[in-house]
Design a protein around this ligand. Structure first.
Ligand code: PGA
Length: 238
């Protein structure tokens, strides 16, 4: 079945490193991808995106975040208007690193989702519980999603939700299949009657993908997506 694979490069590569990755490794990754039904979205740093698009206009590109207003005195923010000018297809929103290190609230996430939907850029909304919240997973997911659901109804858009347990990101620890199944059920129930596309993220590697592929519609990949060899293995295993 066709999967949506999203590579989140975070702030791991310098501009030059990311550009050389794209120049030397993306053709090979694309060749592997072309032998599968899957789609690959790469989310590099903002500075890389225009060059990436000029090199590979047919690839799918995404941003890692966006501003919560369309324009104005918001130093450091990048507007959805600029993402739209670049014809970006996707934008991550509410990643736990944004929530943790930049104080991003559910309200702020909802403001970004609304702007993205308005400009027909697909928000990939990241949600998930921390280790301490493991016993309240349903409540946490509900709180993170509740302000967003009316927006999807209003814009008649399909939610794309990345379930990323915070305790799994960058730790090598992954949920059991039963835990993931339970989270997927909660997300589907919360979104009903909308039919969300649900991705899994958190320490994704080849073997995670083999185990989880039948449970989700795709994967959000951090560190393994920086290694072209690992990324190709993940694509093949989906
Ligand atoms: P990881 O990151 O694959 O390195 O755990 C995932 C993410 O933060 O989206």
């Amino acid at each position: 079945m066709k999967k949506l694979i999203i590579a989140n490069w975070k702030m791991e590569l310098s501009h030059d490193q990311a550009c050389s990755w794209l120049e030397s490794d993306l053709p090979d990754v694309q060749k592997t991808l072309s032998e599968t039904p899957h789609s690959l979205v790469i989310c590099p740093s903002y500075t890389v995106i225009p060059y990436a698009i000029s090199l590979y206009p047919d690839n799918l590109w995404g941003a890692q975040d966006c501003g919560f207003k369309e324009r104005g005195p918001y130093t450091g923010d990048v507007s959805v208007l600029s993402l739209n000018d670049l014809s970006l297809a996707y934008c991550l929103v509410g990643h736990s690193e944004r929530r943790r290190f930049h104080g991003e609230t559910d309200k702020r996430v909802a403001q970004k989702v609304e702007l993205l939907l308005k400009h027909t850029i697909t928000p990939v909304v990241c949600i998930g519980e921390t280790a301490e919240q493991k016993n309240q997973r349903s409540e946490v997911l509900k709180k993170q999603l509740s302000a967003l659901l009316p927006l999807y109804a209003q814009y008649q858009a399909q939610p794309v939700i990345a379930y990323e347990p915070v305790w799994s990101i960058g730790t090598g620890i992954i949920p059991s299949s039963d835990e993931l199944k339970a989270a997927v059920i909660v997300i589907k129930e919360l979104c009903d009657p909308l039919k969300p596309l649900i991705l899994y993220g958190g320490s994704v590697e080849e073997k995670t993908v083999q185990e989880f592929s039948s449970l989700v519609d795709g994967f959000l990949i951090g560190s393994a997506s920086l290694d072209p060899g690992r990324l190709k293995k993940i694509i093949i295993s989906c």
